[in-house]
Design a protein around this ligand. Sequence first.
Ligand code: COA
Length: 332
Amino acid sequence: MANFGFGSMIEKLKKSPKTIVFTEGTDPRILEASSRLLASTFLTPILIGKPDDVMSAAEEAGYNVRGARIIDPDNYEDIDKMVDMLVELRKDKGMDEAKARGLLKQANYFGTMLVKMGVADSLLGGATYSTADTVRPALQIIKTKPGYKSVSSCFILVRASASGDNEVLAFGDCAINIHPSAEEIAETGIYCAECGRIFGIDPKVAFLSFSTHGSAKDPDVDKMIEATKIAREMAPNLAIEGELQFDAAVSPAVARTKCPGSEVAGHANVFVFPDINAGNIGYKIAQRLGQFSAYGPILLGLNAPINDLSRGCNGMEVYSMAIITAALAEED
Ligand SMILES: CC(C)(COP(=O)(O)OP(=O)(O)OC[C@H]1O[C@@H](n2cnc3c(N)ncnc32)[C@H](O)[C@@H]1OP(=O)(O)O)[C@@H](O)C(=O)NCCC(=O)NCCS
């Protein structure tokens, strides 16, 4: 596992152990991560599923998950309390008892309600659910943190360098907002920078575009100019530059030509994308062609620590994301 602050996250969890719900309790990658977590005591997994199914899946995959709490939504002792709470939370959206009972048969809604009720501290899903299906219950039930406009996300990209130091970058929003406004992009930049600090980044934030300082004209360019302006107003002490092309953001030589005198251009380490197309494609290029490991999406601005996995994840990535998710609970 890349070393970029995991040690301190584990130390933090050792001082204040947490629980984490895994919505896909029979998935072999979840069972691998759970068996690793159960070998220590700082983060206890709660697996959703039927106990017999979970135990036989674990046996088949060769993982020991004795000690995990397994909760079956069909036999949950507090289901009536959970139904009442969901109806109360969503009654203005037409939620009634029958609808709530139906939704709570789904592990994504059931798991999210375990966090809402305080039965679990955090949740990780998405090994088989899509991002939308993992995130939607959280947006509907957990909601946005006070003071935040919307929930967005950050990927932490890590690559070992020859010197032994890790190169650590933050990318956002590559996973949630399909058509973000300038205000939302500005907020994403600021909260990605904050998230990056937790992973040891001294943030230099680039608002990316296909234009550098007005080299092209288009409403999409204007949006990134506006996002940069709003972010500077919101966080006057943060190193911010925009709008920048990616080469001007990372190459000191290109920056000298396209954006001379900027402290960010040529040295950016927090990259804010104009929309999810650019962001999602961009982080996967870094991951697949640039040999970066990608951790995320880490949700920013959600009122409880819930995160999504990539469906292509492996057991080690589930383990890492579980630690990141639970440790971020401590940051609030
Ligand atoms: C995040 C996402 C699932 C929400 O979409 P949706 O289900 O259509 O959401 P809706 O517009 O119906 O909104 C559902 C609820 O979430 C809230 N919501 C939606 N997006 C939100 C955001 N970014 N921040 C905060 N709340 C949000 C809505 O206000 C609504 O709340 P309400 O029901 O209490 O009124 C959708 O934007 C999406 O699919 N994003 C892309 C996910 C993806 O495929 N990523 C790529 C792979 S990593």
